[in-house]
Design a protein around this ligand. Sequence first.
Ligand code: ZN
Length: 317
Amino acid sequence: MSRVNTVLGPVPAEELGVVAVHEHVGYGMPGSELDTRWWKTPEQRYEETVPKLRTFHEYGGGTFVDATGICNGRDVDYYKSLSAKTGVHIVACTGFVGGDTALPFFARASVDYLFRQFVHEITVGIAGTGARAGVIKVGVSRGGRMTDLDKRIYRAAARAALSTGVPILTHLAIDAENAVDIFEQEGLPLDRVLFGHVDDGVNAGKTRDTWIIEQGGRLGFDTFGYETELEDPPFWARPRKERLDHFLRFVKGGHADKVLASADANCSPLGWPGVKGHTVNYIFEVLIPDLRDNGVDEATITKLFVDNPADFLTIRS
Ligand SMILES: [Zn+2]
């Protein structure tokens, strides 16, 4: 029996449909919720987010994975109402975007403390919502090397993944040797890990993508749409064709089973405005047509957006 935790309860993996595996309902740095600039009424927030998710659903989108960890604006009651309003399954995550976005309370915590926090959010629920996390977020802090705190979070995540069967999604795939080391020491099969942001303009050149696949990991090409062609591109932007070609090398080079794609868009600005016009719907409006134009067949498109994420998100017993 395959099962995935969504904010409205467990669903069979076969029901996920097309999955956007790395997205954000609203993302901000810790503390941004205290800044008057980001205060919004519930109506304003719905107005920003609901149409994007409804369009996603109309295009055939089934599941939205919110990769916003603890301390970055995660709001699970809000996700539950969005899911109920739009019919899109929403998967919430436990964990942290990186050690550098963990508030001091967690930054001082031991591996065991973090492990128990993650397991509670996966098996009991997040805060008082009753919604269980379906994935664990970890990441590399700014600077390009894993800090001691990053390593504690990765180790706690590996233990929580093993004990609950929920997979891990990483922010950045640089310094992967240290990450793989920790996962191997803990005995976590690497197909339970999606190494994210392998495609972004800053890190693509420093990411050992082929090596990660050889170790058994999965690759997340999950910053599709952040293009240098944009009017005001973010610092991690990359030329559209260069990113697409990078992805196609893996899709056509015998690794279609091991790669996933997403748009890492911010639905409702919360401490970070996002990039104007960029939404989760890039997947349907640009990426899938680009794949078809480049000779990727429908069976492969289904594999990339339906089968691979279902296999990755299914809770392993
Ligand atoms: Zn993200």
